[in-house]
Design a protein around this ligand. Structure first.
Ligand SMILES: [Zn+2]
Length: 238
């Protein structure tokens, strides 16, 4: 399971743990502002679910060999989600607002590494929690991308590994509903794109999307928020 420690992949990991005998989680760090918080969540959730966790840190920089200036360091990827990028925008999870936080081909890179990792260990399925609500923003979350990558993984591992993305057509709201059924440890997850706070900011696009998903299920999100969220009409998850 390509595993971030966030809400979507935690529901996926919980579902896999229930359905399969041998499950491992693979967490990536790629220089984002919130990778450290995600990893702390990933460690506690994998401990709770009794799933082995592997962590892989992608180098944040690369070295450019230039005939005039010699060797110089550069950021490998460009995005405001990364420590090297600009401010994380506040406000709704819409395309204009969130596009500066897209990390180019992030899922493509993680899936390629996961495929090699899985084949090396004799695992035959890799799975990722991209969902329908991500399509407008992230090209490497869309059904066409997943379908093409399924072929690439199958071909590139000689049929030994297949890629499954069970949430590709469902919404975050439906993922929360599934998580409630599977009793996913929502309280331990981290979604916020800002990492300097102890609790979720409640203001960034991903926090707002998360709050909406719980509200639409009539459920109170068990994580703490830095703002007062109006949970009127919602109940705690039993
Ligand atoms: Zn936030």
């Amino acid at each position: 399971v390509v595993y971030s420690g966030g809400l979507d992949s935690t529901v996926l990991l919980t579902k896999c743990k229930r359905n399969f005998a041998d499950v491992i989680a693979l967490n990536f760090s790629y220089g984002s502002k919130h990778n450290r918080k995600e990893r702390i969540s990933a460690i506690s959730i994998c401990t709770e679910l009794e799933v082995p966790l592997y962590c892989y840190d992608l180098p944040e920089g690369c070295i450019k060999a230039d005939k005039d200036s010699g060797w110089c360091h550069e950021d490998f990827l460009k995005s405001d989600l990364l420590r090297s990028g600009g401010e994380i925008p506040e406000g709704d999870y819409d395309k204009e607002n969130m596009k500066s936080t897209v990390v180019p081909f992030r899922n493509g890179m993680m899936l390629a590494l996961a495929a090699g990792f899985a084949e090396s260990r004799g695992f035959n399925i890799i799975t990722i929690a991209n969902h329908g609500g991500d399509h407008f923003l992230y090209p490497d979350c869309r059904p066409d991308f997943i379908a093409s990558y399924q072929v690439a993984v199958q071909e590139g591992t000689d049929g030994q590994v297949c890629l499954v993305a069970p949430f590709v057509d469902i919404s975050k709201e439906e993922i929360v509903a599934l998580g409630a059924i599977y009793k996913a440890p929502f309280h331990l997850t981290w979604s916020c794109y800002r990492s300097e706070l102890q609790s979720h900011c409640g203001r960034c696009g991903t926090c707002r999307e998360r709050i909406e998903a719980f509200k639409n299920n009539g459920l109170i999100d068990p994580v703490e928020y830095d703002i007062d969220v109006d949970w009127t009409g919602c109940r705690s998850i039993s």
